[in-house]
Write a protein that binds this ligand. Structure first.
Ligand SMILES: *Cc1c(COP(=O)(O)O)cnc(C)c1O
Length: 341
């Protein structure tokens, strides 16, 4: 298989059309077999449920080349499970979890020439998603759906080195108590757009959202979970019903405990105690961990001892261990890497 002539090192995080995408349709109460197709365009009614009432959910994951030359996908079974949970909350039909994994692997295989080589730092980003497609004007769930998977190559996240982030405590909320914060729905992102645009205008990289009920507890950013390291080396992540359960965060907590022998805690984290942590990072598929150097709470600056130039030492150890597992340099727990053959 010949690789595409792409400057992997200098790719950004943008959409590039690849050769094939997977489509399965749901109609009359059942999913069809699905197929790989060439056409990247979608035609639908002007009154499609997704367009009028935002009935759409998605997943995000990566395929990449390991040190020994295999193409692998990281824990796709957890994405399958999470999409199923998102479906149920959005009154959408569940796409069977085993077929989800199959569709992801098939789509990657069909776009193998876009999977970046080992060592480039680039990856093939995979985007599974599902939406209501038939016309709906009275508010109700659609009757017909499409489940799709496309891929797009993306560049290394830390291009030109690691730069710790500066984030602000947001005056906007991301998710309501008992709302949809715990599922990966497009609607959560739609309502975060104003907050992220205004954060960028004010010179911040991200928003830290607090719990909407009391505005005293740390939730997450628009697209990544928080990890904190205490001064005595414990790994802490906020617990809340309105946080999206990041697969990267869950994997890092496992690695901290089982590979590095660290103490881990998932518990409520108050904004007031954030100043006492030694390190802070954001976890998600794109970066694995991005270090946070500074959090600004309405003019009050919380600066982490790890500073604005590098990852903190514990964050770095977690990052190196998980990326080592992903790239096949460190033995992975059973079932974490799915090889495309
Ligand atoms: C996708 C997402 C994450 C990160 O999840 P991963 O599975 O690690 O990629 C975190 N927070 C939100 C709100 C997300 O949508």
């Amino acid at each position: 298989m010949e690789k595409k002539n792409i400057d992997w090192q200098n790719l950004g995080f943008g959409y590039m059309k690849t050769d094939k995408r997977f489509v399965s349709s749901y109609k009359d109460g059942a999913w069809d077999d699905g197929a790989l197709i060439d056409d990247d365009m979608i035609t639908m009614s002007e009154c499609a449920c997704v367009l009028q009432y935002a009935q759409t959910i998605f997943e995000g994951m990566k395929a990449y080349t390991t040190e020994d030359g295999r193409i692998v996908v990281f824990r796709p079974d957890l994405n399958a499970e999470r999409l199923a949970n998102s479906s149920k909350r959005m009154e959408m039909p569940v796409y069977p979890e085993d077929k989800f994994v199959e569709a992801v692997l098939k789509t990657v295989k069909a776009n193998e020439s876009y999977v970046p080589p080992y060592g480039s730092g680039a990856t093939l980003y995979i985007r599974p998603y599902m939406f209501g497609i038939n016309p709906v004007i009275g508010v109700k769930p659609a009757d017909e759906y499409q489940f799709r998977v496309f891929t797009t190559p993306v560049g290394p996240y830390f291009k030109g080195g690691v730069k710790p982030l500066t984030i602000r405590v947001s005056d906007f909320d991301r998710a309501a108590p008992h709302g949809t914060g715990h599922i990966k729905a497009g609607l959560n992102y739609a309502m975060s757009l104003h907050a992220i645009v205004s954060a960028h205008e004010e010179g911040y990289d991200e928003n830290m959202y607090l719990d909407a009920g009391s505005r005293t507890k740390v939730e997450e950013t628009g697209g990544a979970n928080f990890l904190f390291i205490t001064k005595d080396g414990k790994v802490v992540t906020p617990k809340s019903n309105s946080i999206l359960p990041s697969i990267t965060r869950r994997s890092l907590m496992y690695v901290a405990k089982e590979y590095l022998g660290m103490e881990t805690e998932e518990r409520e984290v108050y904004l007031d105690e954030v100043k006492d942590f030694a390190e802070c990072g954001l976890c998600g598929t794109a970066a694995v961990i991005s270090p946070v150097g500074k959090i600004v709470d309405h003019g009050r600056e919380i600066c982490f001892p790890s500073g604005m130039n590098d990852m903190g030492p514990v964050t770095k150890k977690l990052y190196d261990t998980l990326t080592g597992i992903q790239m096949g340099r460190i033995e992975a727990p059973e079932g974490w890497l799915r090889t495309i053959d």
